[in-house]
Design a protein. Structure first.
Length: 287
């Protein structure tokens, strides 16, 4: 399998990033998720540098798939879980960090694997250098973690409520008769690939088990086989679901006209400002 690339091309309408209706559009949503978590880490790191303290290490950030809206082209090429690598953020001087004061709950996301959307902790490359005692559990470190969470929340709160309502709206498709009929074709199709499961959830359980038990040198082949089968067999389902989602989104936009107008006016300027202040890049996985 070839490595996934990164793209910096923004959608012509931020609605497609915040309220995705197709698997392809979720690439932008994944990038936005990562950007918000990077903002939390970058703000906390800059604070820690200023206060000569250390932050606890944290695993590198990753792009997380939205299997409620599967990106079948990406899955077919890269398997069930592989994605592009998230680039490290360039450190910025502490003086460039602003201190937003609003906070709020994280956006709801549909994915196989959940991560904290606003992180709030430093990553490995973000541990501050300084003259402190090296401890990451100090009042100064905790204040910096809180500052990072606060910075990310100020951005996330501009779209989280609207996005949460959109994902709640998508749940109705799980009971849609046409979608259920399309999903009914999945077991027979997968069985032709040697995968015998009762439904999509059964496939995910089987895929998880095979990925966890495969030897490292065998994992790419396992990923490719699973991704190829899933992408082929889910295309009839996604043909039905994507059309239904696009109809739902058209109605949703009309029902939330004021909030959508505000999103379109304010989101991109906020993203560009955060990127400039903290040395971040808004990037997205791309085949």
């Amino acid at each position: 399998m070839s490595a996934a690339r990164l793209s910096t091309a923004l959608p012509d309408d931020p609605v497609r990033m915040v309220l995705p209706a197709t698997g392809r559009e979720t690439r932008w949503t994944q990038g936005l998720d990562v950007f918000v978590r990077q903002q939390a880490r970058a703000a906390a790191t800059s604070c820690a540098r200023k206060h000569q303290t250390n932050l606890p290490p944290q695993a590198p950030l990753t792009f997380i798939r939205y299997y409620e809206l599967p990106d079948l082209d990406f899955v077919a090429r890269h398997g069930m879980s592989e994605s592009a690598a998230v680039p490290a953020a360039a450190p910025q001087p502490a003086a460039s960090v602003s201190r937003p004061t609003t906070t709020g709950a994280g956006a709801r996301r549909e994915s196989q694997s959940e991560q904290d959307i606003a992180g709030g902790t430093g990553n490995r490359q973000g541990n501050a250098a300084g003259d402190g005692d090296g401890s990451s559990d100090t009042p100064a470190a905790r204040r910096c973690l809180a500052e990072g969470t606060e910075a990310a929340a100020a951005l996330r709160n501009t779209y989280a409520a609207l996005q949460g309502k959109w994902f709640d709206t998508l749940v109705s498709l799980r009971r849609d008769a046409a979608v259920l009929r399309a999903l009914g074709t999945l077991p027979d199709c997968l069985s032709r690939h040697g995968i015998r499961v009762r439904d999509e959830n059964g496939f995910f359980a089987l895929a998880d088990a095979q990925q966890q038990t495969a030897a490292p040198d065998e994992l790419p082949a396992v990923e490719h086989k699973l991704g190829s089968a899933y992408a082929e067999c889910m295309r009839p389902v996604e043909t039905v679901r994507e059309a239904a989602r696009l109809r739902l989104r058209a109605r949703f936009l009309a029902q939330h006209d004021d909030a959508v107008r505000t999103l379109r006016k304010t989101l991109y300027p906020r993203l560009h400002r955060a990127a400039k202040e903290l040395g971040l890049r808004l990037v997205f996985p791309a085949p």
